[in-house]
Design a protein around this ligand. Structure first.
Ligand code: SF4
Length: 970
């Protein structure tokens, strides 16, 4: 049993208020470790043993880091006394063990750190005082695009292009690697951050270095990541979630992550998944249920016998999509299955033993059963009721059973936007349009350059006419050579699948669905099915291990035959890096306003995320992605109609090629191989790749900001002084920048994808000598504020409802506004600069779930740089709200049923926001509307600065100046 022993002090030199809880544990190999014992704390707080496991892990951090300053004994008592249904008013200071970054969000964060070093130097302080205090790992995964696909060397070609496009960013990362002691980079080509985290970065429990004769202190792994799907790590019992880059930066600089004490929703699984149902089907079902249950701001914790039966990759798939179901986390406790996964992915015996012994000593080993834990409320699902599904066409929570996809698409086609429809004349549904194919793949001599390839080079041409049921396509498929698909003049129509992508960490980390995709491909090829070459097919796993086991299982060649050649190790289509379609296809879509589709095994399908011209985007399991690529349309019912014609003109149905679970299981042995995982990840240090090795970075402790259109010194510290200025007591005489509807995503606010030539960002890049082909994406240019400011609210699908509707009721899309009081229509960026020049503050109005989607700090940074002082909405998504505060922008919420629509706001009014003289969390505020005729209306609002620390951030002008002042004072 645990005994008290002298252990390494967690807080140097300070007496610990809970010293009596320091105990020791022994591993199977009789190694001893110290820990802060929750069973010991239970003696003072009996409630602790019935707390959800996820909360107990947070409690351990609060207990261990209790230094009487940032973390006080009161914080320990508050959390230890957590009541399942109490009002949530206390904030928890959570000090995490490490931070993970992806490159889109990691580069701006590195730029902020570099700018802080500049400020330190300018203030005569030691630049090294700015240093991450916890380990930080950046995985380069978001930059690779699918320019090449369907050919054997697509990976190589796409990576060469990636390095050409991102050279300056990668140089900057190399500067960071040598400037900061605890900053590591996993170079491009290794995988996706969350899968790499799961397979490699997460090592189990952490051990602090101890002096001789002292017992080392152990503590659970925990983290925050600058990507919303950081929650994937909850699948192996690690507490962690996505935060904006702004909070991530504070966490790495030793600040606790502050969050309101959460409700914890218990999710009980009973039963088993049925034959043919995948983990993807399960996660889409869970997403639909939990969205309905409204779990925003809550932890979700899975328990029960059904949960214990799930393999870790299935748990990780479920944990990954927590942002889609709205929860802060989707947590799975550690048990024997976690240890099995650790072994299969190459963790050492020491690590596994320490993990098991630590969690056993804390009485947290194993998945709790019903009745053992007190949750805020419980949701249940019998796994046996889950059916094969897709989600879409616009939101991950809109699940459709496979057999209803065709009818659902057909029905949405002519429905109004208010009903989530596409607003098209019903009679146009089956009309098809000719696309004249040109060979657009002529080789440009020398290094690869950006092209818009979509069809195979040098292939014979033929004309194929297709109706919605595509009999002639099937005929063409039957005769086409699978080795050399033809380039064709052809037709496209509504519902056609133009992108089919096996992508996303959610699914590619799960060998069962990847092997299922490979098996389906094998059976389809053997049956004589093919994929039409104009469909952009890609395989982009989140780790090299996927191709290794697909290869060993003999499945990769079949995926390649259907066009799913390895195109990248990275996010690709899931983040909007699908690359372009051919100009001919784009033209036909645009001229005819077609509603074409993408089917991807991704997480997000918001408008314009996947491709600006694809309006219908469906999330599906990898095997269903292959199936839809073969069918080529969502207007075919895969449950009753054939996928296509096979050998001899025979109809082949989904059931003919769908793999059984025993077939999948038989190949799973190739996916778990500790030695192979170890060998692979050793290469991060030993052989990171020739392209990466060639990159030469700036050296030195302070960055000198060479001229670049990718990286620039951010302006957030301009005029920095050690004493904060006045945050003011409100906003006076502001203009409305935009009036938005519900579900405005962070991608609407700050798109990650392609940059339009005819946009303020496009114009700025051209002025700076960047050709259209080299624009790259907004995501890759987040190190440069000039691009990002211009990209704010520049999503091609965003609708500013200040612009009056057209005669048919349709709304203009794109980042435009009416500059007031003249009413002149212009880009939001241009209007913002005019308002800033005049000294006129601006506000944004929105509806429900404002800021939903990825954690994207530029959505808040861009808002601030455009001069927006407040965002007033019906409700906020968690991360974006806190990011707005972090950038010194006021988040405010309407009360009751009030909305800008109900108040008759049109956009030409003047607005005052009155705050109370002393700002306190969630206090009342007032919006004063002054209309054109001078009439005034006072409207009550709630200030959504939620915690005391956020008040401090706001008073300091944001979290970055706040942290910088603290560091420079220390
Ligand atoms: S963009 Fe997609 S693949 Fe990349 S980390 Fe996010 S969810 Fe995973």
């Amino acid at each position: 049993m645990a005994k008290t022993q002298k252990i390494a002090a967690p807080v140097a030199g300070a007496p610990h208020a809970f010293e009596q809880t320091c105990k020791v544990f022994w591993t199977r190999s009789k190694k001893v470790g110290g820990f802060f014992s929750l069973p010991e704390l239970t003696k003072s707080f009996p409630n602790v043993k019935r707390l959800p496991v996820s909360l107990r892990i947070v409690l351990e951090s609060v207990l261990r880091n209790c230094d009487g300053k940032k973390v006080t004994p009161e914080h320990v008592a508050q959390l230890a006394g957590w009541k399942p249904t109490a009002a949530r008013v206390d904030e928890i200071p959570f000090v995490v063990a490490r931070v993970v970054l992806q490159d889109f969000t990691g580069v701006p964060l590195l730029a902020d750190l570099a700018a802080m070093r500049n400020v330190a130097a300018e203030q005569g302080k030691n630049p090294k005082s700015i240093e991450p205090l916890v380990p930080v790992d950046l995985v380069v995964d978001h930059s690779v695009m699918i320019d090449y696909f369907g050919e054997k060397n697509a990976l190589d070609l796409n990576m060469r292009l990636e390095f050409q496009r991102n050279h300056e960013r990668y140089q900057f990362m190399k500067w960071g690697m040598q400037a900061f002691d605890t900053f590591g980079v996993v170079p491009p080509g290794f995988g996706i951050v969350h899968q790499v985290n799961l397979e490699y970065l997460a090592r189990g429990v952490h051990k602090e270095a101890a002096a001789r004769g002292q017992t080392p202190l152990y503590y659970p792994d925990s983290l925050v990541g600058t990507d919303s799907h950081t929650t994937m790590i909850n699948g192996i019992g690690v507490v962690g979630w996505g935060v904006g880059g702004i909070e991530g930066e504070a966490a790495m600089l030793g600040q606790p992550v502050y969050f309101l004490t959460p409700d914890v929703v218990g999710f009980e699984f009973t039963g088993r998944l049925r034959e043919g149902v995948t983990a993807t089907d399960l996660v889409l079902t869970v997403t639909e249920i939990l969205r309905r249950e409204k779990v925003v701001g809550s932890f979700v914790e899975f328990f029960g016998e059904g949960t214990a039966s799930l393999a870790v990759p299935d748990r990780a798939t479920l944990a990954n999509m927590a942002p889609e179901y709205g929860a802060t986390m989707g947590f799975f406790p550690i048990d024997g299955k976690t240890l099995e996964y650790f072994e299969g992915t190459g963790r050492s015996t020491d690590e596994m033993e320490a993990l098991e012994a630590y969690f056993t000593a804390q009485e947290m080993f194993g998945v709790p059963l019903a009745g053992q834990i007190d949750y805020t409320r419980v949701v249940s699902l019998d796994l046996g009721t889950v059916a094969p599904s897709l989600s879409g066409p616009r939101r991950p929570q809109d699940r459709i059973e496979l057999g209803k996809v065709k009818t659902q698409f057909a029905s949405l086609f002519s429905k109004s936007p208010a009903e989530n429809g596409f607003n098209q004349p019903a009679g146009h549904l089956l009309t098809r349009h000719l696309v004249r194919a040109k060979d657009v793949r002529e080789d440009v001599a020398g290094a690869p350059v950006p092209k818009t390839p979509s069809v195979q080079p040098g292939a014979p041409r033929q004309v194929v006419e297709m109706d919605a049921n595509r009999p002639t396509l099937a005929a063409a498929q039957a005769t086409a050579s699978s080795e050399q698909p033809p380039v064709e003049d052809m037709t496209i129509g509504n519902g056609d699948v133009l992108i089919a992508a096996i992508t996303s960490c959610t699914n590619t980390s799960n060998p069962s669905v990847m092997i299922a995709a490979g098996l389906l491909a094998k059976k389809a090829v053997e049956a004589g099915l093919v994929v039409h070459p104009h469909i952009k097919t890609s395989l982009a796993p989140g780790s090299r291990m996927v191709t290794e086991y697909l290869q060993k299982a003999g499945l990769l060649p079949y995926l390649e035959k259907l066009g799913f050649s390895l195109a990248a190790y990275g996010c690709t289509t899931c983040i909007g890096n699908a690359g372009d379609l051919t100009p001919e296809i784009n033209d036909v879509i645009n001229k005819n306003d077609l509603v074409c589709a993408a089917v991807l095994s991704g997480n997000r399908n918001f408008e314009a995320r996947i491709h600006p011209n694809l309006k219908a985007n469906f999330l599906a399991s990898p095997p269903l992605v292959v199936a839809y690529a073969i069918t080529g349309t969502v207007l075919r019912d895969l449950m009753t109609e054939p996928l296509g014609k096979g050998k001899g003109g025979r109809d082949i149905y989904l059931g003919d090629v769908w793999p059984s679970s025993s077939e999948v299981y038989a190949l799973m042995k190739y996916a778990m191989n500790g030695k192979a995982y170890r060998q692979n990840y050793e290469k991060v240090a030993s052989t990171p790749g020739k392209l990466w090795e060639k990159i030469q970075g700036v050296t030195g402790q302070v960055y000198n900001w060479p001229k670049s259109t990718y990286i620039a010194r951010p302006p957030f510290f301009e005029g920095f002084t050690m004493t904060p200025g006045s945050a003011g007591t409100g906003v006076r005489q502001a203009r409305a920048m935009a009036l938005f509807g519900d579900s405005i995503t962070t991608d609407h606010i700050s798109p990650a994808g392609s940059i339009k030539e005819a946009s303020p960002a496009g114009a700025w890049l051209k002025e700076h000598g960047v050709s259209k082909a080299d624009f790259n994406s907004y995501g890759s240019r987040r190190g440069h504020h000039e691009v990002m400011m211009r990209g704010t609210f520049a999503n091609v699908r965003i609708k500013n409802l200040m612009i009056p509707p057209g005669p048919d009721g349709s709304r203009e899309e794109g980042g435009v506004t009416l500059f007031q009081p003249s009413g002149e229509k212009m880009f939001i960026y241009d209007a913002a600069m005019k308002y800033v020049a005049q000294g006129t503050p601006t506000v944004i109005f929105g509806g429900e779930e404002y800021g939903t989607g990825s954690s994207r700090d530029w959505a808040a940074k861009g808002t601030q740089l455009l001069g927006v002082k407040a965002v007033i909405v019906r409700s906020f998504e968690r991360i974006h709200r806190s990011n707005l505060v972090g950038m010194g922008v006021l988040p405010l919420q309407f009360k009751g049923t009030d909305s800008w629509q109900s108040l008759g706001i049109r956009g030409d009014e003047l607005f005052d926001i009155e705050l109370q003289s002393e700002i306190r969390p969630q206090q009342d505020a007032t919006l004063v509307i002054t209309r054109g005729d001078g009439q005034q209306q006072r409207v009550p609002l709630i200030l959504r600065i939620d915690t005391a620390i956020e008040v401090d951030y706001y008073k300091h002008g944001g979290i970055l100046p706040f942290v910088l002042r603290q560091l420079l004072t220390a």
